[in-house]
Write a protein that binds this ligand. Structure first.
Ligand SMILES: [Zn+2]
Length: 239
C-alpha cells in the first residue's frame, strides 16, 4: 500500500469536461497572443483586454454542461478514501476539482474564480466578472484586483510545498499533461529520484513518456475510476 500520493493534472482532464485547451498548437490562446493576455506586461498595457479574456474563461465555468467528469470524481474519491498523505496539484485554473470534492488541492497556475490585490497579494473570491469596480478591501485607496493567474515570467504558486510532497511521495500520477512545460514537467524526475512509482495517464504518448514506470493511454475519465480502485485496494504494482 502507498503512504503518500501526489497527483498532477493538466489541460487534458478539463478538456473532457468541455473546457477548451487554453493554448493551441499555433501558440495563440483563444485567438489572442500570449504576450497580450498572459504576461504582466500585457496587463500593464491593456488591463481591460486581459480582464475580458479571463472573464470569458470564467463565464465558461458557469455553463451547465461544464462540470466535473469521472476522472475528477475518481480523484475526489481517492482523496476521501485514502488514509495516507494526498496532494492534488493542478495546472488548470478552472474549479472542476473543487466542484468534484477535492480539498487537498493546489492550483499552481492560479484560479479563474479569484482576484488578487496587486499591492498586498491578498486573494479574493470573485462574485462578478472583473471590472474597474472589482477592488480589494485591504488597501486605502482600494486597488483594482488583478486575475489570480500565474502569467509567463511569474513563479508558479506553492512550489516549496510541491517539492516537499514530491520528495516524500511513493506514488506520483500525472494526468492529461503534456510534460513539456516546466516546472511541472520536472515533477516526475523528482518523484523518481526519491523512489516513487510514477504513473502517466494521457490520450497519446508524450515527449517524456519514457520517464514513467506505468502508462495508461486513453481518456482519463475512462481510466481513472479503475485506477483509483486499484490504488485503494493495494493492487497497483509496477508489473
Ligand atoms: Zn489591497
Amino acid at each position: 500500500m502507498y503512504q503518500k500520493i501526489v497527483v498532477l493534472t493538466g489541460a487534458g482532464i478539463s478538456a473532457e469536461s468541455g473546457l477548451r485547451t487554453f493554448r493551441d498548437q499555433n501558440g495563440l490562446w483563444e485567438d489572442h497572443h500570449i504576450e497580450d493576455v498572459a504576461t504582466p506586461e500585457g496587463y500593464m498595457r491593456n488591463p481591460e483586454l486581459v480582464e475580458s479574456f479571463y472573464n470569458d474563461r470564467w463565464r465558461q465555468l458557469q455553463v451547465p454542461e461544464v462540470k466535473p467528469n469521472a476522472a475528477h470524481e475518481a480523484l475526489a474519491k481517492l482523496e476521501q478514501a485514502f488514509a495516507g498523505d494526498f496532494l492534488l496539484v493542478t495546472q488548470n485554473v478552472d474549479n472542476l476539482h473543487e466542484r468534484a470534492g477535492n480539498h487537498k488541492l493546489l492550483h499552481m497556475h492560479g484560479e479563474l474564480s479569484k482576484g488578487r490585490c496587486p499591492r498586498s497579494g491578498q486573494i479574493f473570491r470573485l462574485h462578478e466578472p472583473f471590472g474597474p469596480d472589482n477592488c480589494c478591501t485591504c488597501c486605502i485607496p482600494a486597488q483594482r484586483l488583478r486575475p489570480h493567474i500565474v502569467w509567463f515570467g511569474e513563479i508558479p504558486i506553492g512550489m516549496d510545498r510541491i517539492h516537499d510532497a514530491l520528495e516524500e511521495c511513493d506514488l506520483f500520477i500525472a494526468i492529461g499533461t503534456s510534460g513539456t512545460v516546466y516546472p511541472a514537467a520536472g515533477f516526475v524526475d523528482i518523484a523518481n529520484h526519491h523512489g516513487a512509482l510514477s504513473v502517466e495517464v494521457n490520450l497519446t504518448p508524450k515527449e517524456r513518456h519514457s520517464l514513467f514506470h506505468l502508462h495508461y493511454e486513453g481518456k482519463a475519465s475512462e481510466i481513472m475510476p479503475s485506477l483509483v480502485d486499484k490504488i485503494l485496494s493495494g493492487s497497483l504494482f509496477t508489473k
